[in-house]
Write a protein that binds this ligand. Structure first.
Ligand code: NAD
Length: 469
């Protein structure tokens, strides 16, 4: 079995041992990644630190040109990366799968390359000139999850590079191969040490992510993952007072108002909930529907869901693949088994072979039921009936999370009023999870802090220096 090499200082690196990466569609090992230890991490951080002075000294135009060149170079390998994502992550090539992920990765890379944070003049008068400069931080540590390995890698790496930082990325042990390949491709056009990748399997005593978050030469950690691990990152980073961006879990509510048209919104609701098999941070994870159209919405949603082909993501017709890993599968199975006893199964409800779980829709649930309160992160949607909007808002906001939300209505002005009262970082009207590179994205409450994307996201990779003259 091929042992893929990590990349440190522009060179391939293996470790003394390796761990297997499995295709979730069939359980077959598709490759191995290096199980790296403290010394490997130290080498990667040292390489990024050594590359920082020259990289950060580049002019804004030169950094921009380099980021454009990186984007173009990735574009040439987009199909290869999409196939690798499908192999290790399980998502289909088509639909909102790996080709879509690569389209997003390129859109974000290109947009970020085009951004700029010029010097801002705060004052220029007889009392003097006051300028606000944005300075890169140094080595940025990136820790990514397994749901969108390449797109989230791009979200972390590109703004860091664009603002003059260097990077060490640590992907999830479940999906390391596409990130290794991404960094390999980037290194074909970047100076050595500017972007490095290290891999480890989270088993045993040594935890690569924790060590990265604690390392004194890492000046910022950008972390996307679960709330529990986010807390650990924060603790590890405390000793060295690092900059942090924490993009954590979510339990997004969607509120369907009484004037919504069930037939028109069914498709948007379905993909808002089942995008990437529900394994998406900002997906609809609780659906609140007004009693006057509850049954019609359920019928339309189930009707639409029935037509979705589930299978091996490598087959062109597939639109939903397996759940990515056994732990996640067990969680979804537990939550669905519990919800079946409390509510009414409208679709699915029984695990299929291997890691396959059919799209599952369960009505008759309420806040307090585990499938409603917990982040299921899988293909199981609870539907909660409500009778007045105040109740729906109260239930939607009654959550420790605050990532995304949505309101569905034929009256956009009314929907905007409801949207403004939802406690979350992004709210969409008549769509969900429709993130875009020119709009900042981040969570509130337990979903973390800091934002990604747009100027606001780039600023998080800089320190402010004010020069008074
Ligand atoms: P996870 O927290 O289990 O793992 C995330 C990363 O942290 C992995 O690379 C893992 O190896 C690493 N890690 C493990 N222990 C660590 C430690 N002690 N210190 C530092 N790093 C450590 O998350 P996951 O299961 O890979 O991803 C799913 C979660 O990610 C869900 O909760 C989902 O909502 C969230 N997510 C959030 C966003 C967002 O933008 N807010 C996006 C995608 C996923």
């Amino acid at each position: 079995m091929t042992v893929h090499s990590a990349i440190i200082d522009g060179k391939p690196v293996v470790a003394q041992s390796s761990f297997g990466v499995v295709n979730p569609a069939n359980g077959i090992e598709i490759g191995r990644a290096p199980a790296m230890g403290e010394e490997d991490l130290a080498r990667a951080i040292a390489a990024a630190k050594a590359a920082f002075p020259a990289w950060s000294a580049k002019s804004d135009d030169a950094l921009q040109a380099a980021c454009i060149a990186v984007t173009e170079h990735i574009k040439a390998s987009a199909e290869e990366l999409a196939r690798l994502i499908t192999l290790e992550q399980g998502k289909p090539l088509n639909g909102m799968g790996s080709r879509w992920e690569m389209g997003g990765a390129l859109a974000w890379a290109g947009h970020t390359a085009g951004l700029s944070l010029p010097v801002k003049v705060l004052q220029d008068n007889q009392h003097g000139l006051v300028e606000l400069h944005r300075k890169p931080l140094g080595v940025v540590g990136s820790i990514t999850p397994w749901n969108f390995p390449v797109m989230i890698g791009i979200w972390h790496i590109m703004p860091a590079l664009r603002t003059g930082n260097t990077v060490v990325i640590k992907p999830s042990p479940l999906t390391p191969l596409s990130t290794i390949r991404l960094v390999e491709i980037m290194n074909e056009v970047l100076p050595p040490g500017v972007v490095n990748v290290v891999t480890g399997d989270d088993s045993g005593q040594f935890n690569l992510g924790a060590a990265m978050a604690a390392h004194p030469d890492v000046k910022k950690v950008v972390f996307t993952g679960s709330c529990a691990t986010g807390q650990k990152v924060m603790r590890s980073a405390a000793e060295t007072i690092k900059h942090l961006t924490l993009e954590l879990g979510g339990n997004d509510a969607a509120i369907v108002l009484p004037d919504a048209n069930p037939a028109e919104i069914a498709e948007g609701l379905f993909w808002g909930a089942f995008i990437n098999n529900g394994q998406t941070c900002a997906a609809i994870k609780r659906l609140y529907v007004h009693e006057s159209i509850h049954d019609a919405v359920c019928d339309e949603l189930v009707e639409f869901a029935r037509g979705i082909p589930v299978g091996d993501g490598a087959l062109e017709p597939t639109l939903l693949g397996p759940i990515q890993n056994p732990m996640q599968f067990a969680k979804v199975s537990r939550l669905v088994a519990d919800a079946k006893a409390r509510g009414k199964v409208l679709l699915g409800g029984e695990p299929a072979e291997g890691l396959f779980f059919p799209p599952t829709i369960i009505a008759g649930l309420s806040n307090g039921d585990p499938l409603v309160d917990e982040e299921q992160f899988g293909p199981a949607l609870p539907i909660i009936k409500y009778s007045n909007v105040e109740d729906a808002l109260r239930m939607a906001n009654d959550s420790e999370f605050g990532l995304g939300g949505s309101v569905w209505s034929s009256d956009i002005a009314a929907a905007r009023k409801v949207a403004a009262r939802m406690e979350c970082g992004s709210v969409w009207i008549n769509k969900h999870a429709a993130i875009q590179p020119n709009a900042p994205f981040g969570g509130v409450k337990g979903s973390g802090f800091g934002v990604e994307f747009a100027d606001e996201g780039m600023k998080e990779y800089t320190d402010i220096q004010v020069i008074f003259s």
